[in-house]
Design a protein around this ligand. Sequence first.
Ligand code: UN1
Length: 504
Amino acid sequence: MNTLDSLGLAKLNPGTFAGAWRSAVGARRVPSQNPATGAVLAEVCASTAEDYEAVIATAADAFHTWRIVPAPRRGELVRRVADLLRANKDALGTLVSLENGKIKSEGDGEVQEMIDIAELAVGQSRMLHGLCMHSERPAHCLYEQWHPLGIAGVITAFNFPVAVWAWNAFIAAICGDTIVWKPSPKAPLCALAVQHLCQRAMNDLDYPGVFSLFVTDDNTLAERFVADTRVPLVSFTGSTAVGRHVAVAVAQRLGRTLLELGGNNAVIVDESADLALAIPAIVFGSVGTAGQRCTSTRRVIVHASRFDEVLARLTDAYRQVRIGDPLSPDTLMGPLIDSGAVERHAAALEEIKASGGEIVYGGRILDRQGYFVEPVIVRAQPGMAILRRETFTPILYVLSCRDLDEAIGIQNDVPQGLSSALFTLQLRHAERFLSAAGSDCGIANVNVGTSGAEIGGAFGGEKDSGGGREAGSDAWKAYMRRQTVTLNWGTALPLAQGVRFDPG
Ligand code: UN1
């Protein structure tokens, strides 16, 4: 059985799940392309306006019963999905690799990330606790409790076609929300495969309607989704430009957003750095997923005393990067997602050359089927306008600095604030970098690269990176509403702040 068959996928697939798959014969089709060959893997029927209504109605209806299922019971549904993910890890990891172009090990890693967050969610389902305060009034209790929000809308990007949905969906599910997924039209098959597993889990445990999905590649339904007052929370992962639009549309109706937008992540290498750690971390950060992670390393800021050594070792490491079929175990870098990405990459290289950047390694568009480019190392000058933008392809800018303060200044001097890293063996440097006057990013690592975060921490960034926090820590609170409760178990009605009000 091939990968698609084993995951319940056909050559033409319905793109709407609203309690059951809805066939949309004659509807527009979204082709899913293998970026390593340019061939169409399969097609998906785009959801219609009617399909969308069915999805929202199903999710809204299911919410009425799901919200009163005890949270630890809700965890059992997530555990069942996780069991199915474990059983299908190899096939789903292969599909991620086929449809997205990331190497198989990263495809498998993405499925593992889903399993990890599922485990966290199952545990969290017993820990949705609020605080209990001491009331200022006699015989009164004051505490807070957390209730489900309603429908959590999850809009995901092509680069993490399944893991980022899982961060949101599994936590939202144990919180008592129902989930409506709009996957990237560049990776719809991964989403359908996951939805098939969710369908089995929902059937097995008889909780229909918790997970739903619609697929669209035009803006009309997406706009309807973000403007829909029946969707109290919209979690969006994608570009800063689109995220800004989503933020405004959702704020307009006083809904909530969780935004995971672009990054422009830097690694600082100080004079004491252990390059045996720093070089592989930088190469994985910049070349991994062909530079298409929001956490990808875009900039390296190196102490002047180590600059030549770092540049030489990076260039040497880049020479070893085997580019090719993402499913071949030898490959370290697969293709970009599509021809548009290749065009943006080529345009960025032109801009770099025109603005005085020196291309030290790479720069060719590979003359073969699929969307392959060479990863690029640029010796950059501070002030180059392109340093402030995220091209989302494997271009690494290397800059020199005089000391740590200057390096932190350069690092923070961009609109984005997602991930950051310092390689150092000096305690004072590490603490300076992690202090309130240090990195301004949501993620700050020491002797660990910018990408490949674990799910246990809260994931997200500041500034143009959106401000959202997903995955672990207390990120679950974004999927619930907090209710403050005052309960009087006495026989009098004292007012707070000592106010007297006696109607007689
Ligand atoms: C993303 O690129 O949108 O930290 C998410 C990482 C992964 C998640 C990236 N765990 O690189």
